[in-house]
Design a binder for this molecule. Structure first.
Ligand code: ZN
Length: 205
C-alpha cells in the first residue's frame, strides 16, 4: 500500500508512507513539511517503520529525517553520493543503487538515477515508482548535470514497465500521480530521445 501525503514543505512537497499489506512493515520516503501527517498515517495503518529513504540529499527532502527516526530503530537509506547531507544521522545505510530491501514478503528496489543530484534515486515498490525530483508529472527536475539526467530518463526510467504509477517529489503536475505509460507519451522531457533537443526543451524549464 502506498499513501501520498501533501505535506507542504518547501514547495508543494510530497512525502510518502508505503508498506507491505501483510506484515505491515513499511518505509517513509522524503519526510518533510507537516510531519504530523506522516505520524498519523503510520499509526492509522499500524505500520512498523523499517526504513526512511531519501530520494536525494536536498534540504527539503530530508528535513523530517530526525523527527521520524527518533525513538525507533528504522534505518535511513540514502545514496552514497548524496550522503554528506545526512552525515549527522548515525543509523544510516549508504547505497549505490540496485539494492533490494525486504518488507515482509515484499521488497523495494533502489534505482540510481543521477542528474538532479549525483545521488538521486528512484524507488520501486508495489507497482509504484517514487521519482523524487528526477521526474515530475509532465515535467522533470532541475538538472545539476544535464547529460546525466537525460541518460537517467532515457536509459533507466523509460525502460521501466508502463503500468508503474509515478509518485513524484513535488506536486507540479495537473494530476498528483500518473502511469509511467502516460509520462512516456506526454512528458516532453521523458519523450525527447535526442540529447540536443532535450537541451533545447530544457531551456524552457
Ligand atoms: Zn531536489
Amino acid at each position: 500500500m502506498i499513501k501520498q501525503l501533501s505535506v507542504g514543505g518547501f514547495d508543494r512537497n510530497f512525502s510518502y508512507v508505503a508498506w507491505d499489506d501483510i506484515s505491515r512493515e513499511g518505509f517513509v520516503v522524503d519526510p518533510c513539511g507537516d510531519i504530523t501527517l506522516i505520524f498519523k498515517t503510520l499509526s492509522e495503518y499500524q505500520v512498523a517503520l523499517r526504513y526512511v529513504i531519501n530520494t536525494h540529499g536536498h534540504g527539503d527532502h530530508i528535513s523530517g529525517n530526525h523527527e521520524i527516526l527518533r525513538g525507533n530503530n528504522a534505518a535511513l537509506i540514502i545514496h552514497s553520493k548524496d550522503s554528506s547531507a545526512v552525515s549527522d544521522i548515525s543509523n544510516r545505510q549508504e547505497v549505490d543503487g540496485g539494492e533490494r530491501f525486504s518488507l515482509g514478503n515484499s521488497s523495494l528496489e533502489l534505482i540510481h538515477t543521477p542528474g538532479h543530484t549525483p545521488g538521486s534515486m528512484c524507488i520501486r515498490f508495489d507497482g509504484g515508482l517514487f521519482t523524487g525530483d528526477t521526474l515530475f508529472i509532465d515535467w522533470c527536475g532541475y538538472a545539476q548535470n544535464k547529460q546525466a539526467l537525460f541518460d537517467s530518463l532515457q536509459q533507466v526510467v523509460r525502460q521501466l514497465p508502463d503500468d508503474l504509477i509515478v509518485y513524484p517529489g513535488h506536486n507540479y503536475g495537473k494530476t498528483q500521480t500518473a502511469t509511467l505509460s502516460h509520462e512516456k507519451k506526454h512528458n516532453p522531457y521523458l519523450q525527447e530521445q535526442d540529447y540536443e533537443m532535450f537541451c533545447e526543451r530544457y531551456l524552457e524549464l
